[in-house]
Write a protein that binds this ligand. Structure first.
Ligand SMILES: [Zn+2]
Ligand SMILES: [Zn+2]
Length: 294
């Protein structure tokens, strides 16, 4: 029986903007070596459309950079860092890091995007974010950082880090929490620049439109592999990528439902609670948002 799917890729236009929501500057994060201006200049030259500056419990003022680099959308924010880290980013941010995290989440406005950061930062070691800790907050963020570029570099991996956060994502989705996945480079050092980003389908090229689309899941995460098209007809999905890759449809419990090497992929959903698609190839990885069977 063909059902209909609930998903964020309905009626998206052709205006896709590229950018990372998570990054630091040496002026306001001791762990970062990149000065603000070098960073903004690098992203503008690399063709990024937007960039989030999210220092640890600090809001970096962007007025001067916005004047100097009018071609890139600069987003203000912070990384809540006095417990397991959580990102807040928007056109304008208030110092919500002064509040307990649950309260900060609860009183954030519609104009702030929020996400759990690098939920599994180490290959081995103590637990960081868990579904239990997220539940205890009493208020859910918009999503989870499912790829953190800073932890995927050679230096990051040599230090026992790992970039993927899809384990917690599947756990949350399986439990019925509709959280979106985001990919960021979490730039601290030159090695991080452009390692991961989001493609966001917007109605217009403004700060507010980027945040609105990202909060609604009208985006996907990538480290280089791009989406050429997605068609949803009833319960049937057709996905086309920019290059051949090993792609898989993933469902409840993180189970691999179908896997193939190709540049186009199809799947018909039955009664799975959710299905999401991810792939990796020579040009990188891609992570689409989940589609729900009701
Ligand atoms: Zn840091
Ligand atoms: Zn960070």
């Amino acid at each position: 029986m063909a059902g209909t799917l609930t998903h964020p890729y309905n009626d998206i236009g052709n205006l896709w903007l590229r950018g990372s929501f998570h990054g630091h500057c040496s002026e306001n994060s001791r762990c970062a070596s990149l000065p603000l201006r070098d960073s903004v200049q690098w992203y503008q030259e690399a063709g990024a459309d937007f960039l989030g500056l999210t220092d640890h419990d600090a809001i970096t003022a962007l007025d001067e950079m916005r004047r100097m680099y009018p071609d890139i959308i600069l987003l203000e924010g912070f990384e809540y860092s006095s417990c397991e880290n959580l990102l807040f980013v928007g056109e304008k941010a208030e110092p919500l890091y002064e509040l307990p995290l649950g309260e900060a989440l609860e009183c954030r406005g519609d104009d702030l995007l929020s996400m759990v950061c690098h939920p599994t930062p180490r290959v081995e070691g103590p637990e960081y974010w868990s579904l239990e800790k997220m539940t205890e907050l009493g208020c859910w963020p918009d999503g989870i950082e499912i790829y953190n570029g800073h932890y995927g570099t050679e230096t990051g991996r040599a230090n026992g880090r790992q970039p993927l956060g899809t384990g917690l994502w599947d756990e949350a989705l399986t439990a019925g929490h509709r959280l979106w996945g985001y990919a960021n480079d979490d730039s601290h050092d030159p090695e991080d620049l452009g390692n991961a980003w989001n493609m966001v389908a917007v109605e217009e090229r403004t700060e507010a439109a980027v945040i609105r689309a990202a909060r609604a899941g009208r985006c996907y995460g990538t480290t280089g592999l791009l989406l050429q098209g997605i068609d949803v007809d009833g319960a049937h999905l057709d996905i086309r990528l920019s290059a051949p890759a090993r792609g898989r449809f993933i469902g409840s419990g993180g189970a691999v439902l179908k896997e193939a090497v190709d540049d186009s992929f199809e799947y018909t959903m039955a009664m799975e609670g959710y299905v999401r698609f991810e792939a990796e190839g020579d040009s990188g990885r891609i992570f689409l948002q989940p589609l729900f069977s009701q």
